[in-house]
Design a protein around this ligand. Structure first.
Ligand code: UT7
Length: 367
């Protein structure tokens, strides 16, 4: 059975920064409160011309570049998101088109902030069972579009961004070793975006009552998170045959610095073992773990051979973890930069649309 290695990683962050002081001009809050209760100093907000797919595509191209892979070599794209561009088509299909991954199947995965863990696990299983060789996993969010900017309980927390991994098959031992995926739908009301789905389609009432915004019972989510983070880390490490003391790094979902502190206490591990960057990005939901991973590599905190656990929690309720032996690129062959494929993607897309139109004109009437 092949191993599923993480061979590429990338991130994309919007330029626009919203600081705590900026928020204090919008709602009744202040920098000291936000920093003390969450650890967040600032977050990035997508510009009007940016979207979940555009941030996801940019992160994906960076990841492909690290892996030395061309978009056309990708077999499968999984995009984890809670802020998809549409109910359908999948945001993964838009990314597939934008980067020119012409051979790839693409679908979205919805498991909120735990989604990236679930998606990497799905990608790794697809490789291990032999149905794909190269998988692109993306976590992308523009949750700022679903935030009520008058709600101080919510608007201080979230930020936009995307991260991506390339997973590749190899006979060399390592890569994704074990995983834990859990859900408890009895807590579905604790964190939700109530309207816009089939239960509450958009109507004057849903818009008027703010049902298209994120709703959260922060205290309950906090309690749940502090309970499951340490538990899932221990479980996934045991499944891999490791002790938590063996871990070089733990990369937790970046929601609140206090939740990460609590996990460290629960695991009796020093904070130096945890990657934390919530202060600069806020909670980017499913994108937070890959973004933190990219920065951990950049800071030299994650090296080939290191044992790492990634652990997340979120709406659903969902939580999960994965244990991986860090790899690095396995393909050394230099390729045409992935960006080239992306530059030609709009022209290729246009040609395909034109062909469909002509086919409709010439053959459509016969059927
Ligand atoms: O990806 C998963 C997503 N969610 C999470 O991880 C969220 C988990 N929960 C949390 O991170 C925390 O519960 C929050 C940061 C959301 C809130 O922190 P807290 O320590 O649980 O605060 P609280 O809700 O108990 O509020 C304490 C006080 C309240 O005032 P009173 O009732 O004690 O007078 C709030 O009204 O702080 C007030 N408050 C604020 N004050 C200034 C609430 N939000 C703010 C604010 N600025 N932004």
């Amino acid at each position: 059975m092949p191993y599923a290695h993480i061979t590429g990683w990338g991130m994309s962050i919007p330029q626009k920064i919203l600081t705590n002081d900026d928020l204090a001009k919008m709602v009744d809050t202040n920098d000291a409160w936000i920093q003390e209760r969450t650890g967040i100093r600032e977050r990035h907000i997508a510009a009007e011309n940016q979207s979940t797919a555009s941030l996801g595509a940019e992160a994906a191209l960076h990841a492909l570049r690290v892996a030395n892979l061309a978009p056309t070599e990708i077999d499968l794209i999984i995009c984890s998101t809670s802020s998809p561009e549409h109910t359908f088509p999948a945001t993964a299909c838009l990314i597939q088109d934008a980067i020119g991954a012409t051979r790839a199947g693409a679908f979205d995965l919805s498991a909120a902030c735990s989604g990236f863990i679930f998606a990497v696990n799905m990608g790794a299983q697809t490789i291990k069972t032999g149905s794909a060789k190269n998988v692109l996993v993306i976590g992308a969010e523009t949750l700022s579009r679903f935030v009520d900017w008058n709600d101080r309980n919510i608007c201080i927390l979230f930020g936009d961004g995307a991260g991506a991994f390339v997973l590749q098959a190899s006979d060399r031992p390592g890569g994704v070793i074990s995983s834990v995926m859990r859900s408890d739908g009895s807590g579905s009301d604790l964190l939700s975006l109530p309207a816009g789905g089939s239960k509450h389609p958009a109507s004057e009432i849903t818009v008027h009552t703010g049902m298209h915004f994120i709703h959260m019972d922060g205290k309950e989510v906090f309690r749940f998170a502090t309970r499951v983070m340490a538990q899932a880390t221990i479980e996934v490490a045991e499944k891999a045959g490791w002790k938590t003391a063996d871990l070089a790094l733990i990369i937790p979902h970046q929601a609140n610095r206090r939740i990460i502190d609590a996990a460290a206490r629960g695991l009796k591990l020093p904070m130096e073992k945890f990657m934390v960057n919530v202060e600069r990005y806020g909670n980017t939901s499913t994108a937070s773990i890959p973004i933190a991973t990219v920065e951990a590599v950049q800071q030299g905190r994650l090296k080939p051979g290191d044992k790492v656990v990634m652990v997340g929690f979120g709406a659903g309720l969902t939580w999960g973890a994965l244990a991986a032996e860090w790899s690095g690129p396995i393909s050394t062959e230099r390729k045409l930069a992935p960006e080239w494929y992306a530059w030609f993607a709009p022209a290729r897309s246009l040609v395909r649309r034109a062909i469909r139109l002509l086919e409709g004109l010439f053959f459509g009437r016969k059927s």
